[in-house]
Design a protein around this ligand. Structure first.
Ligand code: PMV
Length: 298
C-alpha cells in the first residue's frame, strides 16, 4: 500500500486578477489530504462521503485520476483536513495525492511535473476551467508566483484560516469568475485598473516577502481584500471575520480564493488571539503554517 499526502493553499494576493494575466502569490499550507492506494481486484473509493466504484458524480477527481493513470484495479482511501469547495484547494490536494499514491503503488514512474500537469488536466475536465495554481502548489509546496511559477521565500510568520462555513461549493469559483467577467465587460474603464492594481500587490509582495516585512505585506493584503470586495466577491460573513482578525492584531487579513463565502486568511504572529476573535465573530478558525512540503509519501 502507498500513502501520500498533499497540501492545500491560500492566496496572499491576486485571485481573480490572475484570470486576466496579472500575477498572484499562492502559498501551500500544512492542512493536508491523505490518500492511500492499494492494489486490489476491483476499483473502490472510500471517503467521508462513502464508498463507490469509479464514480464521476460522487468522486469525480479521484475517478478521473484513476482513469488518467490507466484505470488499474485499486482500493483508494481518502481523509482530509481541508474544508471542501472553500478556496483552500481541496480538490487539487485530493487529485495530486491520489495521482502520487497510485504512481507509487503501481511503479508508474511519473515525476512531480507530470503529476502536476495531469492534476491540472483533471481539474479542467471536472470543473470546465481551472488555473494551474492549485495543482502546482499542491504538488511542489512552498510559496509560488503565478503564472511565472517563480518560487518565493516561505513567509515565516503564522497563518490563521477563518471558515465562514457558508457558500462552499465546487461550482462557486466558475460562477464568481463569470460574475467578475460581466462586471469587467460592462465597466472596463473602472474595473481594469482594479485588476491591474491587484496585480501590483503581487509584484510588491514578492519584495516584502524577501525582506520579511510582514507588517507591510499585511497592509497590502487588507487593500487587496477591499478591492476583492469592490469586484463583488465579498460577503458580510467574510468581512466580519477579516475585521475581527485585524482588530485582534493580525498583520493583514483577506478573502482567499474565489470568495462568495468559503474562507478568509490572516497573517499573524499571535495566532491564538486571532483564532479566538474569528470564532467570536461566528467563523471556524484553523491555525496552520505555511509549508514547503508539497505532495509526499508517508
Ligand atoms: O476558490 P479557489 O481556490 O478555486 O480560487 C479561485 C481563484 C480564481 O482566481 C478566482 C480563479 C482561478 O482559477 O485562478
Amino acid at each position: 500500500m502507498a500513502t501520500c499526502s498533499a497540501p492545500g493553499k491560500i492566496y496572499l494576493f491576486g485571485e481573480h486578477a490572475v484570470v486576466y494575466g496579472e500575477p498572484a502569490i499562492a502559498c501551500a499550507i500544512e492542512l493536508r489530504t491523505r490518500v492511500s492506494a492499494k492494489k486490489s481486484d476491483t476499483i473502490a473509493i472510500t471517503s467521508s462521503i462513502g464508498t463507490t466504484g469509479l464514480d464521476f458524480e460522487v468522486h469525480p477527481y479521484v475517478s478521473s485520476a484513476i482513469e488518467k493513470l490507466g484505470s488499474e484495479n485499486v482500493s483508494i482511501n481518502i481523509s482530509s483536513e481541508l474544508p471542501v469547495g472553500s478556496g483552500l484547494g481541496s480538490s487539487a490536494a485530493v487529485t495530486i495525492a491520489t495521482l502520487a499514491a497510485i504512481n507509487i503503488e503501481f511503479g508508474l514512474g511519473n515525476d512531480l511535473s507530470d503529476l502536476a500537469g495531469m492534476g491540472h488536466e483533471i481539474e479542467k475536465e471536472v470543473q470546465g476551467a481551472a488555473s494551474p495554481t492549485d495543482t502546482f502548489v499542491s504538488a511542489f509546496g512552498g510559496a509560488v508566483e503565478i503564472p511565472s511559477r517563480k518560487r518565493l521565500d516561505l513567509p515565516d510568520c503564522g497563518v490563521v484560516i477563518g471558515n465562514t462555513n457558508k457558500g462552499a461549493s465546487p461550482k462557486k469559483t466558475a460562477k464568481l469568475v463569470k460574475q467578475v467577467a460581466r462586471l469587467k465587460e460592462e465597466y472596463p474603464d473602472m474595473i481594469n485598473p482594479i485588476i491591474k492594481t491587484i496585480g501590483s500587490f503581487s509584484r510588491k509582495g514578492e519584495v516584502l516577502i524577501s525582506k520579511k516585512d510582514y507588517s507591510s505585506l499585511g497592509r497590502l493584503m487588507n487593500v487587496n481584500h477591499g478591492l476583492l470586495d469592490a469586484l463583488g466577491v465579498g460577503t458580510l460573513e467574510l468581512s466580519a471575520l477579516v475585521y475581527a482578525a485585524r482588530d485582534a492584531g493580525a498583520y493583514g487579513a483577506k478573502i482567499t480564493g474565489a470568495g462568495g463565502g468559503g474562507c478568509m486568511v490572516a497573517l499573524t504572529d499571535s495566532p491564538f488571539e486571532v483564532a479566538s476573535a474569528i470564532e467570536k465573530s461566528g467563523g471556524e478558525a484553523i491555525i496552520t503554517k505555511f509549508t514547503s512540503r508539497g505532495v509526499m509519501s508517508e
